[in-house]
Design a protein around this ligand. Structure first.
Ligand SMILES: Cc1cc2nc3c(=O)[nH]c(=O)nc-3n(C[C@H](O)[C@H](O)[C@H](O)COP(=O)(O)OP(=O)(O)OC[C@H]3O[C@@H](n4cnc5c(N)ncnc54)[C@H](O)[C@@H]3O)c2cc1C
Length: 210
């Protein structure tokens, strides 16, 4: 017998997200793809609609923590806009925020997670480097512990939301060779020595900031 994992709450969320897409995304998506961007305001609207908070704890402004079927509903409905690039860019916190929400200090969680879920701040995950992507265990960016701060040397590429993010969850090498020597650091735009490059021109996903 067929079992549905979607209940009335999922169905209501589906209707709301579908309306959000029909109203704010679908009428504009072709224009945004041509323009290679979409307005930052969309993050605020998605935050207000509760879309960015799906899967995160209520104490940080999230909802439906651990409900993977709610995430599935959001993914299906957002992709109705017809643009994988839009989805990946709007939801870049989906790969960048979990390490902060799970493992950061209480102060850092409190400072970073709520504004991202409200859509006021954008966060990106920076793992890939010009010298390699798949081979994460061999990444080269080095972070040296200087007591009250880290000194980070290296560069990243292909980062979704990489140009306009406010926060970056960055994979760095703090230890020896291999995956055991890798740590994650939160970096913020405006830190001394931090620069962003030019947006990459891609074969697809044009409106995604890479
Ligand atoms: C649009 C876009 C958005 C992205 N967003 C992000 C992001 O937000 N954050 C981030 O950190 N990265 C991001 N990436 C990077 C992405 O994760 C990497 O492109 C991916 O990990 C592959 O790395 P690479 O491009 O260096 O290819 P490589 O690792 O050089 O691989 C090239 C080819 O070799 C093959 N290959 C590699 N290793 C082996 C092996 N051991 N055996 C056999 N075959 C192998 C691969 O399958 C591939 O076909 C993004 C990439 C794109 C294109």
């Amino acid at each position: 017998m067929f079992t549905s994992y979607f209940n009335e709450t999922h169905d209501e969320a589906r209707r709301n997200i579908r309306r959000f897409v029909e109203r704010h995304i679908q009428p504009n998506i072709n224009e945004w793809e041509e323009a290679s961007t979409f307005p930052r305001e969309i993050f605020n609207l998605a935050g207000d609609a509760g879309i960015l908070g799906i899967g995160y704890p209520e104490e940080f402004g999230g909802n439906s923590e651990g409900d993977y079927f709610m995430s599935l509903v959001a993914t299906e409905e957002l992709l109705r806009a017809g643009s994988g690039g839009f989805f990946s860019s709007l939801m870049s916190h989906g790969i960048a925020l979990p390490p902060i929400a799970k493992w950061a200090s209480p102060e850092m969680k409190e400072r970073i997670v709520p504004p991202v879920l409200r859509g006021e701040k954008i966060i990106a995950l920076a793992v890939t480097e010009p010298g390699g992507g798949s081979d994460v265990a061999n990444l080269k960016t080095r972070a040296v512990d200087c007591g009250d701060h880290y000194k980070v040397s290296g560069s990243k590429t292909y980062i979704t939301s990489g140009i306009r993010a406010d926060y970056y969850t960055v994979a760095v090498r703090t230890g020896g060779d291999g995956y055991g020597g890798i740590s994650m650091l939160l970096m913020e735009k405006g830190m001394p020595g931090f620069t962003t490059g030019q947006p990459l021109k891609k074969m697809g996903w044009w409106c995604s900031d890479t």
